[in-house]
Design a protein around this ligand. Structure first.
Ligand code: ADP
Ligand code: ADP
Length: 215
């Protein structure tokens, strides 16, 4: 099954993706996680992307599409995948269509997580991440077992640089102007399910699974 999770920054895409990975046994492909890995390793792509990411702007479509073109060719994608944070623009969605044609694949479902802007600001203020794995926590809503530490590796959790309030507000603007039009784009194919992303994490997960059962 090939699923796309769409929603605002901080909407719960990463959190839900991790739960779906366990249930469906298909990989999560998070463009944000892949880009952060490139920035850490200071690859050519990482050097080009870091400025945009720190400012809360989108990395240019061409770079993202090149990166995803490679990722979707990897073997673990043969059984399906969860796209988390890609596509984020109409040109990226068109580019993804082209990639899928080459791969003889189709997107089965687009899950839209709906969360109000005010809730997003609160969520981002408390987000803590384990960068190496992409596991996400929240100091109040989804705390780690031991404060400040990843549950599995016990390594330190960090605050993402782009989670400061000003940058979050900018990312939200970009979501509304540039990413939200994708909902219409995919609605025409009748593969979109809107999910109330303001519920608690497990309730949302159950809703998503319910929406996937007749795919
Ligand atoms: P969030 O989970 O808060 O939405 P991500 O981890 O998905 O954030 O993305 C972090 C940053 O990485 C984005 O603000 C953007 O700079 C860059 N990025 C991630 N995915 C894309 C994409 N598909 N297109 C352009 N930029 C992206
Ligand atoms: P995204 O990948 O869309 O940017 P995340 O999964 O990283 O979103 O979630 C953003 C923050 O909100 C994290 O701190 C996460 O623990 C928290 N969070 C995720 N889902 C919920 C929820 N349903 N209710 C409250 N907080 C949540």
């Amino acid at each position: 099954m090939r699923i796309l999770l769409l929603g605002p920054p901080g909407g719960g895409k990463g959190t839900q993706s991790k739960l779906l990975v366990e249930k469906l046994n298909i990989p999560q492909i998070s463009t944000g996680d892949i880009l952060r890995e490139h920035v850490k390793k200071q690859t050519d792509l990482g050097k080009k992307a870091s400025n945009f990411m720190e400012k809360g702007e989108l990395v240019p479509d061409k770079l993202i599409l090149q990166m995803m073109g490679k990722r979707l060719l990897e073997n673990d994608c043969l059984k399906g995948y969860i796209l988390d944070g890609f596509p984020r623009t109409i040109p990226q969605a068109i580019g993804l269509d082209d990639l899928l044609i080459d791969l003889n694949q189709k997107l089965n479902k687009v899950i839209v997580l709906e969360v109000r802007d005010n809730d997003i600001v609160e969520r981002m203020g408390g987000r803590r991440v384990h960068l190496a794995s992409g596991r996400v926590y929240h100091i109040k809503f989804n705390p780690p077992k031991i404060e400040g530490m990843d549950d599995i590796t016990k390594e330190k959790l960090v605050i993402r640089k782009d989670d400061q309030k000003d940058t979050v507000l900018k990312r939200l603007d970009i979501y509304h102007s540039t990413t939200k039009p994708l909902i219409d784009f995919y609605s025409k194919r009748n593969i979109v399910s809107n999910i109330d992303g303001s519920k608690d994490i497990n309730a949302i997960n159950e809703n998503i699974i319910r929406n996937l059962t007749n795919v």
